[in-house]
Design a protein around this ligand. Sequence first.
Ligand code: PMP
Length: 314
Amino acid sequence: MKGVPTTKGRFYFNRKNKMHYYDSSTIIYLNGRFVKAEDAKTDLYGQSLHYGLAAFEGIRAYKTHNDTRIFKIKDHFERLQRSCELVNIPYPWDNSELIRQTYRLLELNNLKDAYIRPIVYSEPNMTLIAPEKVSIMICAWEWGAYLGDKLLKVCISPFQRPNPKSTFVEAKISGHYVNSILATTDAKQKGYDEALLLDQHENVAEGSGANIFIEKNGKLYTPALGNILAGITRATVIELCHVLDIEVVEKTISVAELKNADSAFFCGTAAEIVGIHTIDDTVYRQRWSDSIGYTIQRAYKNLVLERVNYEVII
Ligand code: PMP
């Protein structure tokens, strides 16, 4: 793997967001072995690189009072398996073994608060027929505790989410992220923090890497499944609503409903729970600290940090 060397030795990071992905001591998991990230190789003749046929996950590990815990790791590996099955990528692995190896990977890299990225990709195959031979790679990098409560300026993207009749939108497939990159880049170029994408019927779908909830008259609403990725955080928010006795409805949401809402937030493994300040020119007037989203944000933090047993949830 190639990166950008810095003066501090050989660090490999993304210049824009200063994320430090790996250095000369980083270990990754590759097809049953732990190897140095620097020494690992991939071929240039695979469907994953050429056509975007690969399945991946984004998972968070948190340093909790019970040691490092990987939040909902089983759900993530199950979704990885399901993504592969949907698009005919073989998945010859046992998830409990992959979970064990993921914890080992964090130990080997001395990571506690981390982002974990498993990816299943094809071996050399340039045809348009689903691959027979695949690889799995799992890497992780440090992901510091979330700082601040900045609310997002969001625009409605000119890009729609992929049509569910053109792909399996519920699968987390690399190629789908061309759509996410187009939407985010467009939003940033226009001076927004994030994009909100509509579905093929121009109803609210999701962010480029997060699901959305809106609040209206003391209830939460979120787009029903069908045109979106079934987020694990979205499912967690729904569970938290049940625990906290907050009414939550999964339904089709129009742009008018979105803009008439009292407040709104995105949720996702990386974003966690993040409030939205504006959608295009519409400003949510309710104070974030008075919103249900704020309550959910704190409850989510307590849950991932396993504080629920000894701290009041809200
Ligand atoms: N939608 C999209 C398009 C995503 O990429 C993600 C991030 N995986 C989500 C929603 C949120 O999913 P999760 O809560 O499982 O991270």
